[in-house]
Design a protein around this ligand. Structure first.
Ligand SMILES: Nc1c(NC[C@H](O)[C@H](O)[C@H](O)CO)[nH]c(=O)[nH]c1=O
Ligand SMILES: CC(=O)[C@@H](O)COP(=O)(O)O
Length: 159
């Protein structure tokens, strides 16, 4: 059963992001996918009131490096939330499993260790087409979904 549209959101249900700072850490693997998600995330943050100067974007080599990149973003950039953007596609070997497990557990650990939410914007797909469909294709854009999550979690952090 395919997922629902990832890009649907109701601004009336989203806090205003005008006072919030966001970090976005983007994997360079599969850039045609990750750049589309980054673009969707930035456009959504801006649409919900975020200021362009309050969105800091860094690149890392691959999804496995997202964990360290998000760690440094939290430690040095005074952000209210971080969006980790990556795309892992199954190849011939078990490497897919280890990368996915590593980035997943690493982001979980960051959410436990730091008081800054890290949003899991990592597509872990069987095929390239699945990734295309979820990064601005027929199923929407994961970056949009994760930008909304980042705003909501940043607002929760301020309680
Ligand atoms: N195959 C994919 C990778 N592999 C690279 C790792 O993420 C990592 O950079 C390397 O193992 C060095 O530590 N990364 C992705 O993001 N997507 C892939 O499909
Ligand atoms: C997720 C990966 O690292 C994978 O795309 C690499 O491909 P392979 O498993 O064929 O080496």
């Amino acid at each position: 059963m395919a997922t629902t549209n990832l890009s649907a959101y109701d601004k009336a249900t989203i806090p205003n992001a005008s006072s919030l700072r966001f970090g976005i850490v983007v994997s360079e693997w599969n850039p045609e996918i990750t750049q589309n998600m980054r673009k969707g995330a930035v456009e959504t943050l801006l649409d919900c009131g975020a200021k362009e100067e309050n969105i800091i974007t860094w690149d890392v080599p691959g999804s496995f490096e997202l964990v360290y990149g998000c760690k440094k973003m939290i430690e040095t950039q005074n952000v209210d939330a971080v969006i980790a953007v990556g795309n892992v596609i199954q190849g011939e070997t078990k490497h897919f499993d280890f990368v996915c497990d590593g980035v997943t557990q690493g982001i979980v650990d960051l959410n436990i260790k730091y008081d800054t939410p890290v949003i899991f914007c990592v597509l872990t797909d069987n095929t390239k087409q699945q990734s295309i469909d979820r990064s601005g294709g027929k199923l929407g854009n994961k970056g949009v979904e994760c930008a909304v999550a980042a705003i909501k979690m940043a607002a929760l952090r301020q309680i």
